[in-house]
Design a protein around this ligand. Structure first.
Ligand code: NAP
Length: 231
C-alpha cells in the first residue's frame, strides 16, 4: 500500500520542499494550493512520475476544504500524513497596541482556523492509515514561553495553532492519529526572506521527519529539529 500525504500551501516554500522530500521517500503526495496555476506548475516542477497530484484547496473556505477531501477520497482509500503548512505573515511592523482587527482575523482564519477545517475534513481518511500523522506547521514566534511583542497577529495565531494541535491530539488519540506542531526554524522562503539562516531543504527536513520517522507515540508535542520544545 502506497504512503499518501496531503500538504496545504504546497505551491512554494516549505510546503513544496516537503512534497519533494516525501516523493523522494516513495510517497504519493496530494499537493494543494489556493492558486490553481501555481499549484499545477509546482506539481509539474517536481516531475514526480504521477506521484504528485494537484488539488485546489483554500484553507479559509469550508466548501473548498470539503471538496478537496472528497477529491482525495475518490483517488485514495486512506491518507497517512496531513501537513497543515499554509500560512500567512501579514504583520509587517504592526504593534499589538494598535493592530488592525481585520489583520488579526485574517491571521487567525488562515493560520489557526484553517488547520481546524482541514483536519476536520481529512481525519476520517487518516484514521484508515496504520498511524495517521497530522503536522501543524507552527513557529517559535507562537511559543508563549519565548513570546515578545513582535509580529502580534502572526504570533497569536500560531499560539492558537499550537492549541489546535493539543485539541486534535487528544480528540484523535483513540483513532490512532498522532498530531504535533512543528517549528521549521527561520527559513529562506518568500515569507522568511533572504536573511534567514536556514535553507528550505533544512526547514522542511524536520517536518518530513515528523511525517515519517518520529516515534508513533509522540503526540500533542511542539517539535523543532527532532526535539520537543516548550509551548
Ligand atoms: P511561503 O513561501 O509564503 O508559503 C506559504 C504557503 O501558504 C503558500 O503556498 C501560500 O499560497 C499558502 N497559503 C497562504 N494562505 C493560504 C490559504 N488561505 N489557503 C491555502 N494556501 C494558503 O511561506 P513558507 O515560509 O513556506 O511557510 C510555510 C509555513 O511555515 C507557514 O505556516 C509559516 O507560518 C511556517 N513558518 C515559516 C517560517 C519561515 O521562516 N519561512 C518560520 C516558521 C514557520 P499562495 O502562494 O497562494 O500565497
Amino acid at each position: 500500500m502506497a504512503y499518501i500525504a496531503v500538504i496545504t500551501g504546497s505551491n512554494k516554500g516549505i510546503g513544496l520542499e516537503a512534497a519533494r522530500q516525501l516523493i523522494k521517500k516513495g510517497f504519493q503526495v496530494f499537493m494543494t494550493a489556493r492558486r490553481k496555476e501555481e499549484g499545477r506548475k509546482a506539481v509539474d516542477q517536481l516531475s514526480a512520475n504521477g506521484n504528485a497530484r494537484f488539488v485546489y484547496l483554500e484553507v479559509t473556505e469550508p466548501d473548498s476544504v470539503r471538496k478537496a477531501a472528497r477529491e482525495v477520497s475518490e483517488q485514495a482509500d486512506h491518507v497517512d500524513v496531513l501537513i497543515n503548512n499554509a500560512g500567512i505573515f501579514p504583520d509587517g511592523d504592526s504593534s499589538i497596541l494598535n493592530v488592525d482587527q481585520l489583520l488579526l482575523e485574517k491571521s487567525f482564519l488562515t493560520n489557526a482556523a484553517g488547520a481546524v477545517l482541514v483536519s476536520q475534513a481529512f481525519w476520517p481518511l487518516l484514521a484508515r492509515a496504520k498511524t495517521g500523522r497530522i503536522i501543524n506547521v507552527s513557529s517559535g514566534l507562537g511559543s508563549l514561553s519565548e513570546m515578545g511583542s513582535s509580529a502580534p497577529t502572526y504570533s497569536i495565531s500560531k499560539a492558537a495553532l499550537n492549541a489546535v494541535t493539543r485539541q486534535f491530539a487528544a480528540a484523535l488519540k483513540d483513532k490512532g492519529i498522532i498530531v504535533n506542531s512543528a517549528c521549521p526554524g527561520w527559513v529562506r522562503t518568500e515569507m522568511g526572506g533572504p536573511q534567514a539562516p536556514r535553507s528550505v531543504e533544512e526547514g522542511a527536513e524536520g517536518i518530513v521527519w515528523l511525517a515519517t520517522e518520529a516515534p508513533a507515540d509522540w503526540t500533542g508535542n511542539f517539535i523543532r529539529d527532532h526535539q520537543v520544545i516548550p509551548w
